[in-house]
Design a protein around this ligand. Structure first.
Ligand SMILES: Nc1nc2c(ncn2[C@@H]2O[C@H](COP(=O)(O)OP(=O)(O)OP(=O)(O)O)[C@@H](O)[C@H]2O)c(=O)[nH]1
Ligand SMILES: [Mg+2]
Length: 291
């Protein structure tokens, strides 16, 4: 069986000719290619061929600030200086150019975008088939995935709570032409093998995005076959989640591919769309015939 912690073959981490070419173009003396698996308020978890390591930004990168989106995000490839002393943090010297991004407008700042996921092949737009269901939100997220250069797939989760799953799936296929739609129940495992299949082989990277409570972490746990990540019940009256996941985390699946879990997005819409969306999602929830 493959050792899921062994990345001595960097291509299993997603390092391919696109990144290799960039790597060869700068003075990489003393630097190691590594992938950002998690970011916690300025502290980074990197994984390189040598294993996992905590890291921080170099002074030069820190000084650049984040307004240009130049700071590393989960999924990024970076060039890091890794000291021999395992207790010393690695230093991230530069971020390699991204192949794809999934972004949203950063909270409270005009014109600034926040990179939610970098270098993902497939973004899974997860939506609960309960009060979370909103065709317009799914449409917007799918458009955002295309715009960032990744391939979208819509995951309609909580099929056990809806009597009209096929109608919902058809509705999404009409609204988002050319996008695959998968119906899942993370609790029973229905549709989870198909999700694992879509997440793909070693070297491929997926990301789970969607509102809080949609079941992203529950799906990830089902893919892993263990309750590794925290999940929490939604509010009974409106099925909104409680923002249980608080940081983005990349993990390796038993199938060898990588998957990024992300915190539920509070405000995905543009500010002036947000109110309207609420109205529409209320109407949609009423007409959906879903509990
Ligand atoms: N009935 C039902 N409940 C589900 C299903 N999938 C997840 N849930 C429940 O939905 C709740 C929210 O699930 P989470 O996995 O924490 O949701 P999340 O999308 O990770 O939410 P954030 O981390 O807050 O963004 C939990 O109580 C899960 O048990 C499902 O297929 N059916
Ligand atoms: Mg979660």
């Amino acid at each position: 069986m493959t050792n899921l912690n062994d990345f001595s073959d960097l291509s299993d981490l997603g390092f391919d000719p696109f990144f290799q070419r960039q790597w060869n173009e700068f003075d990489n003396e003393g630097l190691t290619p590594a992938r950002v698996f998690a970011e916690h308020r300025g502290a980074y978890e990197l994984v390189s061929a040598a294993g996992s390591r905590l890291a921080r930004l170099s002074g030069r990168l820190r000084a650049q600030g984040d307004d240009t989106g130049a700071l590393p995000a989960a999924g990024d490839w970076v060039a890091a200086r890794i000291p021999e002393d395992v207790r010393a943090p690695a230093i991230i010297e530069r971020t390699l150019t991204r192949r794809s991004t999934f972004t949203r407008a950063a909270a409270g700042r005009e014109a600034a975008t926040q990179v939610i996921a970098a270098n993902v092949d497939r973004v899974f737009v997860v939506c609960g088939l309960d009060g979370d269901y909103s065709v317009r939100r799914i449409e917007r997220m799918v458009a955002r995935v295309w715009a960032g250069g990744a391939q979208p797939m819509v995951v309609l989760n909580k099929s056990d709570l809806c009597d009209a799953t096929e109608a919902r799936a058809e509705e999404i296929m009409l609204a988002c032409p050319g996008v695959e739609v998968l119906v899942t129940c993370a609790l029973s495992g229905d549709g989870v093998p198909a999700l694992a299949e879509a997440a793909g082989r070693p070297g491929r990277t997926g990301a789970l995005v969607g509102s809080s409570g949609a079941g992203k972490s529950t799906l990830l746990n089902a893919l892993l076959g263990e309750a590794r990540f925290e999940t929490a019940p939604v509010r009974p009256h409106d099925q909104q989640g409680r923002h249980t996941t608080t940081h983005r985390q990349l993990v390796r699946l038993p199938t060898g591919g990588l998957m990024l879990d992300t915190p539920g997005m509070r405000e995905f819409a543009l500010a002036d769309e947000a109110g309207l969306d609420q109205v529409f999602s209320d109407i949609e929830a009423l007409s959906a015939g879903c509990r």
